[in-house]
Design a protein around this ligand. Sequence first.
Ligand code: OSB
Ligand code: MG
Length: 367
Amino acid sequence: MKLDGIELRQVALPLVSPFRTSLGTQTARQALVLRVVSDEGEGWGECVAEDDPTYCPEYLAGAADVIRRFVVPALAGLDLRPASVAGALRHLRGHQMAKSAVEMAVLDCWLRARLTSLADHLGAVRTRVPVGVSVGIMDDLDTLLETVDRHLTAGYARIKLKIEPGWDVEPVRAVRDTFGPATMLTVDANTAYSPADIRHLAGLDAYGLALVEQPFAPGDLRSHAALAARAETPVCLDESITSAADAAEAIRLGACSVINIKPGRVGGYLEARRIHDVASAHGVPVWCGGMLETGLGRAGNLALAGLPGFTLPGDISATERYYRRDITRPFVLEDGLMAVPTEPGLGVLPDPASLTAATTTTEWIPA
Ligand code: OSB
Ligand code: MG
């Protein structure tokens, strides 16, 4: 297919409740929505970069600039296929979230024209997937326990607690004591700990966690391997893994026994599938992470989570857990599961009125 151009749209969606992690507090999601226009029709994508470069080096305005100044010009005039996008952008270093958004919209466009769902294209084997919820840092334990109770009652299959020094053992113990040993519980530190905390973190072994996610800095595979050697709780990497090559190296070094796969962080759904393949070849379970996506990213993530190696519940919660009004139809939880979309491409489209209501700026970038 030949690219005519990309419409870049910044949208703002207020969160139903503030989301606090060791990196800061978010009260709204600013997202970048892409509409690819080609000779084969249109496709939609979402860039999951956040306002500030705190989770990773990318940030929203920077990603928009990279797409505008480097990505669109690099794709202009090419005979594009989804599988050729990453190669055409390889000379641009980093910027996985910007690249992923464009590849996602190209995939959506291409698959719509071929009446194929993203789930089928990626090789999904499940029609419904178990999902969990990521619970932010709270002001006090009572509020945390109320929040967890609400999510478990709604049917979520796993609770992930955001932790940081000073908010770790106590909330984990309180949740475990209150909800019992059968609750699947994990923690995510978003790099808040240092190598000196290894002994402290190994103390979490007492609470039967399914995994501890990214306690140390993205580049510090050594400390993750040291914790993995010392603790029984499986170590999961998020921020450290930006490609299938990273995944292979982390597994080889013993730095993780589980991987959180986020398509945006690794440059797209196709690289995400390669990480799944590498991990599966080594017997390493994977799960689909989240970036407070709009319904576009949520649809794509559900397709990815249908692959056979995604054996742990993902951070793909129902729409109502994030937004009162999303830009797509809402996604709902049914018996702790969410349905993998079956329609062509992402399987959802933005609702024009909701998209207009959420849009703050629109820009057309001709190829
Ligand atoms: O570390 O998994 C993370 C959200 C934004 C940035 C990083 C993370 C998260 C989450 C939320 O944990 C997951 C979700 O979308 O529900
Ligand atoms: Mg994480």
